[in-house]
Structures are given as C-alpha cells and as structure tokens.
Design a protein around this ligand. Structure first.
Ligand code: ADP
Ligand code: MG
Length: 262
C-alpha cells in the first residue's frame, strides 16, 4: 500500500454526521454532514444567521448538539465512549479536550490589562502549568512569527485591530492546538489591516495546521482553501473545491449569495 493510500484513511479531524442544533423551538442546524481531513484548510461561507458560528461553537464544546454525531480527531464531542456505551463528559474532561482546539473570534477578546506577551503566556502558565521562563520564550517566538516581535510590551489598547487579532492567533497557538477555528477573523477590521491577518493564516496553513475558517474573504478561500462549504438556513447547500464552488456554483442559493459578496 502506498503512503498516499494510508494517509487517505487518516481519522478525520472533524466529522459531522446529521448534526442538528436547536435553541428551544428554534431549529438552527438541520442535519450537517461534512468531514475535515487533517492538515486541511476548510472554509465555511453563508449568509448571516445560517448557523456557521453555532456549528463552530459545537466543534469547540461551547454548545451541545441536539442530534447526530460530531467528532473531533475521532472522539465524540461531549461524550466518552467505553465498551460501546456513551458517557457524558465531565467539565474537567471537556476542558481537557478544548485545550487542543484554538479559536479566534471576530472580536479579538484579549485581556485588556495584560501586554501582548502576557496575553500569549497566560494559558500555557495557568492551564498547562508551564514555567514562566519557558512560556515567555515561546510567546516571544510566536509573536515574532505573527510579525509582532517589536510589540511584545504593548497593551491591546496600544495595538491596531489587525495587530490585536494577530496576538489572538498567537495566543491560540501557544496551547499547541491540533485544530484552529476562525470565526470571521477579519470582519471587524479596517480593510487595510485585513491582509496582515490573512498572511498569518496563510503561513499557518502552509505549516500544515488544520483550520476551519468562517470567512467572507473569497480570495483567501480560493487561494488557500482545500474545501469550501456553502451553508444556508442550517444545511450544507453545496461543497467542493473552492475554485469549483466559486466559479461554477450549481445551486441557485449559492449563485445568489456569491453574486452579493464577490
Ligand atoms: P451565523 O454565524 O451563520 O451568522 P449563527 O450561528 O450565529 O449564524 O446563528 C444562527 C441562528 O441561531 C441565529 O438565528 C441566531 O439568532 C440563533 N442563535 C445562535 N445562538 C443562539 C442562542 N444561544 N440562543 C438562541 N438562538 C441562538
Ligand atoms: Mg457568525
């Protein structure tokens, strides 16, 4: 068997099978099926309110799915499987699983009273009990990597939105996640600041990070994405290679959405 065939059998990093999510009587996700392979850059697009953030939040244990199966790296989200039985995860177990997943939001969510360096060091020191010296060293390298080696002592208020978002990415990377989730990471930025953040994401992708990216940046999706899913009203309407979905959309809803954003 060739190496390629072995690789194609790798456990998906994310696998959704008939995933539903309701909030009370509001049925938001209506049967999502998709797979994200390790190392893949998986882009998710769709109109506001279609359920993109809700789906990311389910992957990251911030919401429980109402029905269906959702797994990350072969483990069911929210449950532990033992001898064919399912047990709900305890809080401590959820926290442990979440440590392997990095998430970057539209709003940067940095700790305002901490410098860039302290923001990046915080979780490794508090959660992983890493030594301060070791965490500081790694935080410096990460800030260097996102182009902020000269801003380590700045507070969030002394950084532009794009710089804050790059600190947020470095902070997520400090936990050495196996999966990164991005929820419209550039939507709140002034246009001239978007490019630097996308460049950092491209660099991460080139480095082999598995990424699920909710975005309206179709250029990024076309250039960096391995897959593109168009979601509308809680269902996957269309999916495929970004080039195909963007240039030859098959469904009316996809065509109509793309005509508004391209
Ligand atoms: P998108 O990210 O695609 O814009 P969302 O996942 O944020 O969509 O939201 C999809 C729908 O789910 C919206 O109608 C929103 O109001 C609803 N929703 C999201 N979170 C909650 C919640 N915690 N309680 C009730 N409704 C929610
Ligand atoms: Mg959203």
């Amino acid at each position: 068997m060739t190496a390629g065939k072995t690789a194609s059998k790798a456990v998906p990093m994310v696998k959704a099978e008939g995933v539903h999510k309701s909030f009370g009587t509001a049925h938001i996700l209506k049967g999502i099926d998709l797979e994200v392979a390790p190392g893949e850059v998986f882009c998710l697009i769709g109109p506001s309110g279609s359920g993109k953030s809700t789906f990311l939040r389910c992957i990251n244990h911030l919401e429980q799915v109402s029905a269906g199966r959702l797994s990350v790296d072969g483990e069911l989200v929210g449950y532990r499987e033992k001898n064919g039985k399912l047990y709900e995860l305890r809080d401590r177990e959820v926290a442990a699983r979440r440590r392997d997943i990095g998430m970057v939001f539209q709003r940067f969510n940095l700790f305002p009273h901490m410098t860039a360096l302290e923001n990046v060091m915080e979780a490794p020191v508090q959660v992983k009990r890493e030594s301060k010296a070791g965490a500081r060293e790694r935080a410096r390298k990460l800030l260097d990597r996102v182009g902020l080696g000269d801003k380590t002592g700045n507070y969030p208020s002394q950084l532009s939105g794009g710089q804050q978002q790059r600190v947020a990415i470095a902070r997520a990377l400090a936990m050495e996640p196996k999966l990164m989730l991005f929820d419209e990471p550039t939507s709140a930025l002034d246009p001239e600041l978007v490019g630097d953040v996308l460049d950092v994401m491209k660099d991460l992708a080139a480095d082999g990070m598995t990424m699920v990216v909710v975005t309206h940046e179709m250029g990024f999706a076309r250039e960096v994405g391995d897959s593109l899913v168009f979601m509308d009203d809680g269902v996957v309407v269309e999916s495929g290679h970004p080039r195909d979905v963007l240039t030859k959309p098959q469904h009316e809803r996809t065509k109509s959405f793309l005509s508004k954003v391209l």
